[in-house]
Design a protein around this ligand. Structure first.
Ligand code: COA
Length: 260
């Protein structure tokens, strides 16, 4: 499958995936959703990739939503398939087992907000506008927005954003716990780079265990989640990186993790 709507580049262990439809504010059409699915699957199995940064091309948008031009022509059966394709791709991002940082550089609306919420960490430029405006089109968010907003923030935030459909500022998104950091637009790249480099030098098996425990364990009853966490913890004690991390602490030096 050729990739026409994405730009993919590697810098050390950091892979950057850029949605590249700036003339359509990076709206998610079906082809782009399938390409993202393929790109994230490739990143999952590439041992050299430890961190993924996901962003949108141009200065104006991360992603301004699902492609409305495509939506208008969908039958309800096609709409079901479109919804499931988006949900599957985003669940793939969420369960990747490697940290994904959403670099939010402008409009982050509808499917864009849903995509951002499927990432593990979100850094937003202070100019970002976020929201779930589907109500204004007479539809329900179909890529997990109602579910992830409820889990990430609260029922109250989910109902406010989805029912009123008005975009909120980056600052308000931070207050609600939707984004992890808000930075001046000019400092966005430096902030993303600093976070990506920190993650790239961390122990990948420990990151995997944390992601699995939070993403999968977080949806379990507490007792099951705690058992899950214990198993993830025990696995990391069998790694070279665990020996290195604890030894480096005792020897008062920075640990060099090798990913084994
Ligand atoms: N789907 C398809 N195309 C979209 C789009 C979307 N979600 N969002 C923007 N575009 C397209 C516009 O149609 C326009 O294309 P054109 O130049 O061929 O006409 C181009 O991107 C630029 O958008 P434009 O609306 O001219 O920019 P703006 O600065 O005036 O407004 C927004 C920006 C984000 C406020 C506006 O584009 C918008 O409301 N987009 C839809 C947001 C939405 O409802 N998303 C949820 C979808 S389920």
């Amino acid at each position: 499958m050729s990739i026409e709507n994405l730009l993919i580049s590697d810098h050390g262990a950091v892979r950057t995936i850029t949605i590249n439809r700036p003339d359509k504010l990076n709206a998610l059409n079906h082809a782009t959703i399938l390409e993202l699915d393929t790109a994230f699957r490739a990143a999952r199995y590439d041992q050299a990739v430890r961190v993924i940064v996901l962003t949108g091309a141009g200065a104006k948008a991360f992603v301004a939503g699902a492609d409305i031009a495509e939506l208008t022509a969908l039958s309800s059966v096609q709409a079901r398939d479109f919804s499931q394709a988006g949900q599957r791709m985003m669940r793939g991002v969420e369960t990747l087992g490697k940290p994904v940082i959403a670099r939010l550089n402008g409009f982050t609306l509808g499917g864009g907000m849903e995509l951002a919420m499927s990432c593990h960490l979100r850094i937003a430029a202070d100019t970002v506008k976020m929201g779930q405006p589907e109500i204004n089109l007479g539809i329900v968010p179909g890529f997990g927005g109602t579910q992830r907003l409820t889990r990430l923030c609260s029922r109250s935030a989910a109902l406010e954003l989805c029912l009123l459909g008005a975009p909120i500022s980056a600052e308000r998104a931070y207050q609600l716990g939707i984004v992890n950091r808000v930075v001046p637009e000019a400092e966005l790249d430096a902030a993303v780079e600093a976070m990506a480099q920190q993650l790239a030098s961390s122990a990948p098996h420990a990151m995997r265990g944390i992601l699995d425990a939070v993403i999968h364990g977080g949806d379990m009853a507490l007792d099951q989640g705690l058992v899950f966490e214990t198993q993830a913890f025990a696995v990391t004690t069998a790694t070279e990186d665990m020996r290195e991390g604890t030894r480096a602490f005792v020897e008062k030096r920075k640990a060099q993790f090798v990913g084994r």
